[in-house]
Design a protein around this ligand. Structure first.
Ligand code: NAD
Length: 506
């Protein structure tokens, strides 16, 4: 492999993070950096036998780990959080190199991992069950929560490490073990995370096989999904992936935590603070080059403010700094690859055919690499929610539509197959509360006066409809990683039956 300066930097970062160079030289999986489009590593892939070994080790580790008291399991995650703090700069840099995120977002992704570790450490002392009122005298009824088993984690390229940590930190304190199949586009950050985890596991004296990484594409993902030793699979990615994975899991009655595509909307009402809207929309629609599941893709603007807002948005779109994500001042980095660029152009073509006016969307900075794809984010004024608007295109395209009536816009907002994140910008209490109410947004994340992206780990994360229904990270999302037992204990001398049933055998 030719040693470009980016490949060399990647090797140096990986070495500091504790990844052996045999893992990423001369393997069969070529890894390219979207920054320049050049090849930076050749990672060893796992075959079905590798998957089998990882699952067997995780299953063996589970038998021990489930018996370790939960706060002691939390101690492993505390130590892992310390490793992440020490390695934050390097791991963040690797996220930038491999996924193309700007520096603050690369570091922010690692910060999210640290935050979920802190959350999980606290959770390790709070895996509470309820005590429930019983109708029978001298009885007690309660719920206990037990470790579930081996958890398979399938992750997408755009959050190459944070999504794993949302699952793994929680699963591990819950007493589960984890096998992770990262995106084939971002295996290096996964290998680095694994190396850091192993350091923490060694310090904690944890059993081997608690968490491992298997590298490869769809085939190895399918092997994980079909493995009957895996109790639950948390799969993050496109709705197309979820459509393939969900029936396979259902066929063997495994739990599915599905975190799939979004098509997130925001409503700008007549009373909205437009300064807030411009900043909120710019971050949510342009940030991460439109490659967040929570990226704002549909903006409904009330007719009374449309003409004041649009020139300001057009200006923000025209002036946003696009460039090498390693450079200070860059706000928009590259798309992940050519396929993403082609899909974006295809969507813009369809929008034009639907009568839209497209601002931006063109390829820029070709001098950074023939195989690197930088685009000016596209602002698309369109009169109706046509098929292309209802489809998630994983690129920076914001469709803007005018509206007149609040009830009608609520319906339009919900009239897409996806249900991840949403917002309303308003200072009208009735509108805000209606948006949050049962007849409001049908999404898993519903915000007021902030954009739909940039969730915190303390809340449960996920969405409805084609987004898959799963919840990860904070709140009570941990319950999906444990099995619940309802226990009834009779401490009396009689045996009263529930529902007043008599069944006397004497
Ligand atoms: P993708 O669906 O192409 O791949 C995601 C992962 O699924 C990869 O690891 C891939 O190898 C694996 N995979 C694909 N087909 C599979 C199959 N049949 N069986 C098992 N595994 C399979 O997605 P991507 O391009 O990496 O990521 C972008 C998509 O992910 C977008 O749609 C985005 O909205 C979504 N996403 C959702 C969330 C969320 O929390 N809801 C978070 C991040 C990304």
């Amino acid at each position: 492999m030719p040693a470009s300066s980016l490949a060399q930097e990647t090797a140096e970062v990986l070495s500091r993070l504790g990844v052996a160079d045999s893992a990423y030289t001369d393997g069969s999986l070529a890894v390219t950096s979207p920054i320049t489009g050049e090849r930076i590593a050749e990672v060893r892939e796992n075959d079905a036998a590798g998957c089998e070994l990882a699952v067997a080790a995780a299953e063996a580790a589970f038998r021990t780990w489930r018996l370790v008291p939960a706060p002691k399991r939390g101690e492993l995650i505390r130590l892992f959080g310390l490793e992440l703090r020490t390695a934050k700069a390097d791991l963040g840099r690797l996220v930038t190199i491999e996924a193309g995120k700007i520096v603050s977002e690369g570091l922010g992704e690692v910060q999210e991992m640290i935050d979920i570790c802190d959350f999980a450490v606290g959770l390790s002392r709070q895996l509470y069950g309820l005590t429930v009122a019983t109708e029978r005298p001298s009885h007690r009824m309660m719920e206990t929560w037990h470790p579930l088993g081996v958890i398979g984690v399938i992750s997408a390229f755009n959050f190459p490490v944070a999504v794993w940590s949302w699952n793994a930190a929680i699963a591990l304190v819950c007493g589960d073990t984890v096998v992770w199949k990262p995106s084939e586009k971002t295996p290096l950050t996964a290998l680095a995370t694994q190396a850091l985890f192993e350091k923490a596991a060694a310090k904690a004296g944890a059993p081997a096989g608690l968490s491992s990484v298997i590298v490869g594409g769809r085939t190895i993902g399918e092997a994980l999904v079909d493995d009957t030793r895996i109790a639950a699979v948390s799969a993050t990615g496109s709705t197309a992936m979820g459509r393939a994975v969900a029936p396979r899991l259902a066929a063997r009655f495994a739990r599915a935590i599905l975190e799939l595509g979004g098509n997130n909307g925001a409503i700008v009402a007549p009373s909205a603070d437009l300064d807030l809207v411009v900043r909120g929309v710019a971050f949510a629609a342009i940030g991460t080059a439109g490659q967040r599941c929570t990226t704002l893709r549909r903006l409904f603007v009330h007719d009374s403010v449309y003409d004041s807002l649009l020139p300001r948005l057009r200006k923000a779109y025209a002036s946003v700094t696009i460039g090498d994500p390693r450079e200070a001042g860059t706000l928009v980095g590259p798309l992940i690859d050519k396929a993403a660029f082609d899909r974006m152009q295809e969507a813009l073509k369809k929008a034009r055919a639907d009568g839209a006016i497209v601002h931006g969307g063109e390829r820029v900075l070709e001098e950074l690499g023939g195989n690197a794809f930088y685009v000016r984010p596209a602002l698309v004024e369109i009169s109706a929610q046509t098929e292309v608007v209802r489809t998630e295109t994983f690129a920076p395209i914001l469709y803007v539509m005018g509206y007149m009536d609040f009830d009608t816009v609520l319906e339009a907002h919900n009239a897409v197959p996806q249900g991840l994140s949403s917002s309303i910008f308003t200072n009208d209490l009735r509108e805000a509360e209606t948006f949050l109410s049962a007849k409001g947004s049908d999404c898993g994340i519903v915000n007021v006066n902030i954009g739909p992206s940039g969730a915190e780990i303390g809340g449960a994360f996920g969405g409805e409809k084609e987004t898959g229904g799963g919840r990860e990270a904070g709140s009570d999302a941990w319950k999906a990683y444990m099995r619940r037992a309802t226990n009834t204990i009779n401490y009396g001398r009689d045996l009263p039956l529930a529902q007043g049933v008599s069944f006397d055998v004497e």
